[in-house]
Design a protein around this ligand. Structure first.
Ligand code: FAD
Ligand code: FES
Length: 259
């Protein structure tokens, strides 16, 4: 079966992670073989289809950590064990395998693909983690990831503000050759600026509106680059070429809007 054909799957279990994020465990061997950073197009019957990262793999099962935001994710959160959803993919590229001391910098549900990277490679390379969220309650996967630093926007845990301040601190204290990041584009832009300044390599997962996921519709374009097909993970050299990165994004209707 080709990866573009929708596979109808049953939800094995649902777990509340934070007040706005739930993990859905689903049997799907093709996704379980994906690389961390690749994404799936997940169809919620009766609602819509959205791009999601794999947040962990357990044999032939995957975890999807889903943040409730708009109509589709609200509907998603109402699904229960044994309910069905459709999956196609995995799509896009993944993060490069970490072979040198690395730092994962994740904001909000952006930590999801980094958790899978950590799960797959933490025993093979030295990997540090910095995690951020809006509040303490919204911090994800702390027990597994054991971050060296956390930040919250309201200061309820760790450093008050974004992940950028703790990231700077960690980079000045421990040896890091590559940073891996995923989160809101403004945060990723800040991570990029620090990496340029500190001369550290970067693997960044970009988030854009994705309607088709396979390079056809153009909804995910950033300076002509198709994030769904040629990303979502991009390196420093590619990011340097983007004029829209961290400045402009496209709305669902395709209109360019300032971030
Ligand atoms: C590669 C990739 C991986 C992602 N991984 C995760 C993940 O692991 N967990 C998670 O909770 N979310 C993830 N997202 C974001 C998720 O796709 C959006 O939150 C979701 O599509 C919102 O849909 P909605 O109908 O609930 O919200 P809407 O009401 O449609 O919109 C709410 C917000 O979501 C954005 N959005 C809407 N549709 C899309 C779309 N098709 N693609 C991207 N953004 C959209 C809009 O810009 C808006 O800001 C990922 C997005 C991408 C591109
Ligand atoms: S989502 Fe359609 S071209 Fe990328």
């Amino acid at each position: 079966m080709g990866k573009d054909k929708i596979r109808i799957r049953k939800i094995e279990s649902v777990k509340d992670e934070t007040p706005t994020i739930k993990t859905f465990k689903v049997f799907d061997p093709p996704s379980a073989k994906s690389d961390p950073g690749q994404f799936l197009m997940v169809w919620v019957p009766g609602s819509g289809e959205i791009p999601l990262a794999v947040s962990a793999v357990h044999d032939d099962y995957i975890d999807l950590a889903v943040k409730r935001r708009g109509s589709t994710t609200k509907y998603f959160h109402e699904l229960e064990e044994n309910d069905k959803l459709g999956i196609r993919g995995p799509y896009g590229n993944g993060f490069k395998k970490p072979t040198e001391p690395s730092l994962l910098v994740g904001g909000g549900y952006g930590i999801a693909p980094l958790r899978f990277l950590h799960q797959k490679y933490a025993e093979q390379a030295q990997i540090h983690v910095v995690a951020g969220a809006s509040t303490e309650q919204e911090l994800l996967f702390l027990a597994e990831l054991d971050p060296v630093a956390v930040s919250t926007e309201d200061g309820s845990r760790g450093i008050e503000g974004t992940v950028l301040a703790p990231m700077r601190e960690v980079l000045s204290e421990v040896e890091v050759k590559t940073v891996y990041t995923s989160g809101p584009e403004k945060m990723v832009r800040g991570v990029y600026d620090i990496c340029i300044n500190k001369e550290v390599k970067l693997e960044a997962s970009l988030e854009r509106i994705m309607k088709c996921g396979v390079g056809l519709c153009g909804s995910c374009l950033i300076d002509g680059f198709r994030v769904c097909q040629d990303g979502p993970v991009v390196g420093l050299d590619q990011l340097k070429e983007f004029e829209e990165f961290g400045v402009w994004e496209r709305s669902f209707s395709g209109r360019k809007e300032r971030i």
